[in-house]
Ligand binder design. Sequence first.
Ligand SMILES: [Zn+2]
Length: 342
Amino acid sequence: MKAAFFSKYGGPEVMEYGDWPEPELKPGEVLVQIKAAALNRVDRWVRDGWPGLKLALPHILGSDGAGVVIEAASGAVGFQPGDRVVINTNLGCGVCEFCVAGQDNLCRDWHLIGETIDGTNAELFAAPARQLVRLPADFSFENAAAAALVFQTAWHSLVTRGQIRVGETVLIIGAGGGVNTAAVQIAKLAGCTVYVVGSDEKKLALAQALGADVLIDRSKEDWGKKVYQLTNKRGVDVVVDNVGAATMLTSLRCARKGGRLLTVGNTSGPKFELDNRYLFGKHLSLIGSTMSTRAEFAAVMGLVFAGKLRPVVDSTFPLSDIRAAHEKLERSEVMGKIVLSL
Ligand SMILES: [Zn+2]
């Protein structure tokens, strides 16, 4: 089969497109002919060489994928050749105490497809049947792949961990990324008033189109001060900060007393200094999470299929143009997801 992979760590130039052995099915697995995959920031970090991540190279990236089932091994219950499916990248072992409790994103032997194991940027991918959700007949592979990782991530963070409620104010730091475009829509669907801090007018226009109520352009104004003014010095109930080092302290200042700060990542760098007086003095909750459970994945994809949440696709590349797709991923003007079609 053909696949996109890298044999040494580095920039977009290390990405290759070529032949790869076909995966062998294990009991309980389904072989999916991939029709669309999507890029994520994790691809970049893995390709650059994530400290502590030891991979056998070459490695196939790709956490998102959708396609058609072409074979089901024994024990792969519920799927048959011809089924159109989307893959849940959050891979639990299925048997540890957390998986048994339905908390498979806390799995003791947790993997993210495409990160610690080979991913979906290939013509064929073998996945345990429990990782698949069936697509409605009229729902595109591209939109399914674009939605899978970012919507489950935002859903678990805002709804399950953050417990957002009708009438709350939610401040989202960043407007263009896949997770933030999902978070804006989920907060809106939950009945919250959504504030978005964006780096330019174009990204803020996208946030507005997705339902954001209050737009703050950080290229033009001090966003921390602006939130303080707009909330009558109260602060917001919930801050969603997946930027990290560059914004975290201002984010903590923007939260009201007793507020929650949610984070699923750190696009500006992993480390920040925390003045503990903010945390205890303001009764703040700092809430981290990653990915979601299988039940949440099915729930949020159901809302995507129903049109209540919509993935934002920036651009689509054929898998053979993987290098160009990665070059685009490096640029800050990307709005939403970069999709690979096969
Ligand atoms: Zn487990």
